[in-house]
Design a protein around this ligand. Structure first.
Ligand code: GAL
Length: 422
């Protein structure tokens, strides 16, 4: 390891001595040129706008390389992750792919599908620019680091349409102490014939489930679901699942045919009052010129105030990447201050880097930067931080069975417990 680091440093010095571009490292990650296939699920709408912003910086920093968009549609990687696994197993990897920090990344590490990129942290000057807790979620047990993070998202948020609320006699500034208080207003909306809460296909239902578990159990017991210290078969989980069942009864019936942009759009257009979604949703509101606290409001899922349900996207170099120099150049852009500012401004997330100026970001993002610094941090289930992909898949299957009426609450709870056992 030390020898590899010294070698990387020597190569960097030699490149600098050759003239380089004198810009402090941008654009010299590799100079082989050629196509760089970047595999994500940021295929459309505000997510693609975020990717496009990053691609713009990549083009400026690496004019010799050509970005090739390998995006596969489907929120939260709902289609992309299976396809990626097929490609990795067929030894047909893209040059770089998106992976969530935490347990999901560990899956790829354990399967020896991604390269150790620790040396790039020294080479790109990244060693001290990310929060230590985040880097720990990118690290394997042997201490090596396997990806470079692009952003941090918050999952436990409710997005609301204040006009719909006012029109139905609900004060949009109401601070709900817990799920019960919120559901009292959901009842009013339902009685008025308004869709109280919008949701979409299975992964968004799992996203809702995770935030309800968090709100109902509290952060310690929620985290305990992932380290075995909270009993999935216990009464407190039953209570949380009852809350989830009740919340699902307030949702749109066409949910299984929608993805998150359509569910959030229902709130934007006034077709629903509330939507539980991560803060990539803010980019959808902003893209349509909607103003915070006028056209929309946002607050933590009731009962989870003071908790930041965390996830982070990061980029890897797969073993056998056709253009590893190109992948390295992409990772350099992802980790750069310029790349993080451009990407996160468009994506709704906050930079993973700690040295970005908060004033560059929207009012919502500035609150997220503060919350990330002060709140209790827990790991998202639906977005790869808390549990391995196999566990998430089994939980998703159980959730879909339950919400389509193919299982009852007791069976659902047992299936969740079995899924969490692995
Ligand atoms: C998450 C991802 C976010 C956002 C979201 C919706 O898994 O980390 O960046 O894209 O899915 O697709």
């Amino acid at each position: 390891m030390a020898r590899a680091t010294a070698l990387a440093a020597a190569v960097a010095l030699a490149l600098a001595a050759c003239g380089g571009d004198g810009d402090g490292g941008d654009g010299d990650a590799g100079d082989g040129g050629g196509d760089v296939e970047v595999f994500t699920w940021w295929a459309a709408g505000s997510e693609k706008a975020g990717l496009d912003a990053l691609v713009g910086v990549f083009g400026e920093q690496n004019p010799d390389f050509t970005f090739v968009n390998g995006a596969v549609a489907g929120g939260a990687g709902s289609a992309a992750k299976d396809l990626l696994q097929t490609r990795l197993q067929a030894q047909d990897p893209p040059d770089t792919f998106q992976a969530h920090a935490g347990a999901e990344l560990q899956d790829y590490i354990d399967a020896a599908q991604i390269e150790d990129v620790s040396d790039l942290y020294d080479e790109f000057g990244l060693t001290d620019v990310f929060p230590a807790d985040l880097v720990d979620r990118l690290r394997s047990d042997d201490g090596a680091i396997y990806s470079i993070p692009s952003n941090i998202h918050r999952a436990n948020l409710v997005w609301a349409n204040p006009t719909v609320l006012e029109d139905n006699g609900i004060d949009p500034e109401t601070a709900y102490a817990d799920l019960d208080a919120w559901m009292a207003d959901l009842d009013k909306l339902k009685a008025a014939g308004i869709t109280p809460l919008s949701v979409a296909t299975t992964w968004t239902q799992v996203h809702l489930l995770e935030t309800v578990l968090l709100a109902s159990l509290g952060p310690d017991a929620y985290q305990g679901l992932w380290d075995g210290s909270t009993d999935w078969e216990g009464a407190e989980v039953t209570t949380a699942l009852e809350d989830f069942e009740k919340l699902m009864s307030y949702t749109n019936t066409d949910r299984d045919g929608l993805d998150w942009p359509e569910a959030t759009q229902l709130v934007i257009d006034g077709g629903a009052a509330f939507n539980v979604m991560g803060d990539w949703a803010v980019a959808a509101f902003e893209e349509q010129d909607k103003a915070l606290n006028t056209d929309f409001t946002v607050f933590p899922v009731p009962g989870s105030d003071g908790v930041f349900d965390f996830l982070a996207d990061s980029f890897t170099i797969p073993v056998g990447a056709p253009n590893p120099d190109g992948a390295k150049a992409w990772l350099e852009t992802v980790g750069s201050l310029e790349g993080q500012v451009a990407f996160n401004k468009a994506k709704g997330s906050i930079p993973a880097r700690t040295d970005a100026d908060p004033a560059e970001f929207s009012e919502y993002q500035q609150t997220a930067i503060d919350s990330f610094a002060t709140d209790t941090i827990v790991s998202s289930l639906a977005h790869g931080a808390a549990a391995p992909i196999a566990t998430l898949n089994a939980i998703s299957d159980a959730t879909s069975k339950f919400t389509t009426g193919a299982s009852d609450l007791a069976a659902f709870q047992s299936e969740l417990a079995a899924a969490a056992m692995g």
